[in-house]
Design a protein around this ligand. Structure first.
Ligand SMILES: *[C@@H]1O[C@H](CO)[C@@H](O)[C@H](O)[C@H]1NC(C)=O
Ligand SMILES: *[C@@H]1O[C@H](CO)[C@@H](O)[C@H](O)[C@H]1NC(C)=O
Ligand SMILES: *[C@@H]1O[C@H](CO)[C@@H](O)[C@H](O)[C@H]1NC(C)=O
Ligand SMILES: *[C@@H]1O[C@H](CO)[C@@H](O)[C@H](O)[C@H]1NC(C)=O
Ligand SMILES: *[C@@H]1O[C@H](CO)[C@@H](O)[C@H](O)[C@H]1NC(C)=O
Ligand SMILES: *[C@@H]1O[C@H](CO)[C@@H](O)[C@H](O)[C@H]1NC(C)=O
Ligand SMILES: *[C@@H]1O[C@H](CO)[C@@H](O)[C@H](O)[C@H]1NC(C)=O
Ligand SMILES: *[C@@H]1O[C@H](CO)[C@@H](O)[C@H](O)[C@H]1NC(C)=O
Ligand SMILES: *[C@@H]1O[C@H](CO)[C@@H](O)[C@H](O)[C@H]1NC(C)=O
Ligand SMILES: *[C@@H]1O[C@H](CO)[C@@H](O)[C@H](O)[C@H]1NC(C)=O
Ligand SMILES: *[C@@H]1O[C@H](CO)[C@@H](O)[C@H](O)[C@H]1NC(C)=O
Ligand SMILES: *[C@@H]1O[C@H](CO)[C@@H](O)[C@H](O)[C@H]1NC(C)=O
Length: 558
């Protein structure tokens, strides 16, 4: 303030050589809250004075007197009566129930014998700090796109603002600017990120006397969807139609993304993060190789992101496999068999046939249909008996069926084996063999007369001379209606007339062995004579020769 305008007395005193009282009052300004009490103190304790006067100047109107005191009297000016307390000892003045109009300069004059001391101090009556409120604009931000303006407004005087996240001050940077005016602070974020101002944040307004904080504030930043994850990422090209299979999509997004599903760029009527196999089948697709993707959409950011593509075919597994074959009785050489392998469900990609564990090959008698689903054997032979298997395969399943085929044949020419000669009272056994399906029934005749033996073995427990004769076995196949016979002569001899020495076989063996040995000896001798001239000379040494034609030669000992 201008001392020439408002301190005429001091000016005058100073002008005529008196001292002014710089340091009489503390350095201002003195702040006090509206409605509170403020005491104007001096720095001199218990000064000696004749008079002390306090005057007030609001900077607009003329200065007015507040109080004049002498050691014996106190005179409070009318407007201040009841609002002012004066300490008569030290001249301190207390203003009570401060009003806004009390802001201004207060001047003290201490008049004594030594002259007049004068000084002044500014009193600021502050409105209390209150109503600290953060207002966002826009209230909801979109990541990258939005510029967010946070306006922190407050009531009060001489305010200073600050922003924190509770612990750390928020400071300006390339994207964040802070701007303050009298009653507000504006925090501006351009291209806001989800990581900006991870909340809650606070705005604080303060002056020298008071501090007030806003309510916690969370900045709403919508973001995403981020790149979409689809599970499983890699899928077998073929999926069993009865598999427990689903595709699931997820994406980081706020608010959470909504998902829609596409196959080959066409929308499916499926929403939600999961696409089940059932939903694919219900849509009537899947039989062809198809591309599936999900689209994640965010209603607030208006962004949509596609997942990676997953491709597969849905395929029914094969089931109900059965071989159908001939039902009639089959006879080798005269019957034909058609075998057919069929499944009640599933798409068959390959059919293979096996017989008795080995691949069944086509031949002049075995002819497969084009698709291998059936085969014809014509005519059937006994070799065709056995177990037939067909394997039906597709990429998601393998199923098989088997069929036992019975081809009746035979009997083949019968053959009787057994002892041709037997001594009296010994056991004689001979066996008739005639391969046949079904096994042949046997009958035996002796000298043309039917016996009661019907087994393939003919057993005579104790032979006697009357058992000699011609035994004829007849093998009969009741299915083919064919029969074969074979005859055999048994000679029953008196006891002791048969040589029980070496058997015929052993004798033959010994004879052959002796012959071979003799033959070998002769052959060796002949060979030695012809090819190896020194063979029969004693003690030969085999030494290396210098002659390249015969690198090894033998030399005798001199
Ligand atoms: C101001 O002072 C008066 C008298 O001493 C007292 O009653 C009142 O409570 C004080 N007011 C405040 C706000 O301190
Ligand atoms: C006035 O001031 C004197 C000296 O500082 C002090 O001792 C006294 O208590 C004060 N009186 C009142 C009523 O505050
Ligand atoms: C902040 O809010 C206050 C109070 O609502 C208003 O007066 C001021 O103009 C606002 N400032 C900005 C930059 O919007
Ligand atoms: C405030 O921000 C600082 C720095 O960014 C961080 O370390 C701190 O954890 C944050 N505090 C809260 C309460 O979020
Ligand atoms: C702000 O966010 C925090 C953490 O996310 C939460 O605990 C708090 O309730 C939120 N406050 C408001 C006012 O939304
Ligand atoms: C399908 O698989 C999921 C997890 O792989 C399992 O939680 C669910 O019970 C299965 N559903 C059926 C019907 O097997
Ligand atoms: C599936 O996507 C692949 C590339 O990801 C593309 O080459 C192919 O043509 C698509 N198939 C269909 C049926 O859309
Ligand atoms: C975000 O900005 C991009 C390009 O600047 C614009 O295409 C898009 O529509 C904006 N999104 C929103 C929600 O405003
Ligand atoms: C084959 O069958 C026909 C008629 O069923 C029959 O006349 C013929 O004798 C049979 N031939 C053989 C070898 O079984
Ligand atoms: C053949 O033998 C079987 C048992 O071996 C018998 O059941 C069947 O009646 C016989 N058939 C004939 C034609 O003798
Ligand atoms: C067969 O006939 C012989 C006599 O010729 C008799 O001793 C035997 O008991 C008969 N066997 C059967 C099974 O009828
Ligand atoms: C069978 O015939 C032979 C010679 O023809 C005869 O020696 C033998 O005694 C006869 N056997 C029987 C049991 O009739």
């Amino acid at each position: 303030m201008d001392p020439f305008a408002f301190k005429p007395l001091v000016f005058l005193l100073c002008f005529i050589g008196c001292c002014t009282g710089q340091g009489l009052l503390p350095q201002g300004p003195l702040d006090a809250i509206l409605g509170s009490n403020a005491t104007l103190r001096t720095l001199v304790d218990s000064p000696s004075f004749a008079f002390i006067t306090w005057t007030f100047n609001d900077g607009v109107n003329k200065a007015i007197n507040i109080v004049t005191l002498s050691p014996s009297s106190v005179n409070v000016a009318k407007p201040y009566q009841g609002r002012v307390v004066v300490n008569q000892t030290n001249g301190f003045v207390t203003l009570m129930s401060l009003k806004a109009e009390d802001s201004g300069d207060y001047t003290i004059n201490i008049i004594s014998d030594a002259g007049t001391l004068t000084d002044d101090i500014q009193l600021r009556v502050l409105y209390p700090v209150s109503d600290v409120v953060i207002t966002p604009n826009p209230p909801e931000a979109v990541e990258y796109n939005s510029t967010v303006v946070l306006n922190c407004s407050a009531k009060g005087s001489f305010l200073m603002f600050s922003w924190t996240n509770g612990t750390t001050a928020i400071v300006a940077n390339s994207r964040i600017t802070l701007k303050q005016d009298k009653t507000s602070s504006v925090l501006t974020i351009t291209g806001v990120l989800r990581t900006d101002l991870l909340g809650p944040i606070y705005c604080t307004a303060r002056n020298n006397l008071q501090t007030a904080q806003s309510a916690p504030f969370n900045l709403t930043v919508y973001y995403g969807p981020d790149p979409v994850t689809i599970i499983p990422q890699v899928v077998q090209p073929f999926i069993r139609s009865d598999a427990n299979f689903t595709l699931s999509c997820s994406a980081v997004s706020s608010p959470p993304a909504t998902f829609t599903w596409y196959h080959s760029q066409q929308i499916m009527g499926v929403s939600g993060p999961v696409l089940s196999l059932q939903a694919i089948k219900d849509s009537g697709i899947g039989a062809q190789l198809d591309n599936y993707t999900c689209l994640a959409s965010n209603a607030k950011t208006l962004r949509a992101v596609s997942s990676p593509v997953v491709s597969f075919i849905v395929m029914d597994p094969i089931s109900g496999v059965r071989i159908t074959g001939p039902t009639a009785t089959l006879i080798a050489g005269n019957s034909t068999a058609n075998l057919s392998c069929q499944a009640t469900a599933g798409t068959v990609k390959t059919t293979t046939w096996h017989k008795d564990g080995k691949p069944l090959l086509a031949s002049s008698r075995v002819v497969f249909s084009q698709d291998m689903s059936s085969l014809m054997i014509n005519p059937l032979q006994k070799e065709d008996n056995g177990e037939y298997k067909c394997h039906l395969e597709n990429p998601v399943s393998t199923e098989k069926a088997s069929y036992r085929m019975v081809v009746n044949f035979g009997p083949e020419p019968a053959q009787v084996t057994g002892d041709k000669q037997v001594e009296e009272n010994r056991r004689a056994v001979f066996t008739c063999a005639a391969p046949s399906i079904p096994p042949a029934n046997f009958t035996w005749k002796l000298n043309g007369t039917l016996t009661n033996v019907t087994t393939e073995k003919y057993v005579i427990e104790k032979a006697d001379l009357t058992n000699s004769g011609t035994y004829t076995c007849e093998a009969y196949n009741p299915v083919t209606g064919k029969s074969t016979t074979s005859s055999f002569n048994l000679e029953v001899k008196k006891e002791g007339t048969l040589d029980h020495g070496l058997s015929d076989g052993a004798i033959a063996g010994i004879a052959i062995g002796v012959l071979v040995a003799i033959g070998a000896a002769i052959a060796l001798t002949v060979y030695c004579r012809q090819k190896v001239p020194h063979c029969c000379q004693p003690c030969r040494k085999l030494t290396r020769s210098d002659d390249p034609e015969t690198p090894w030669r033998s030399s005798g000992v001199r």
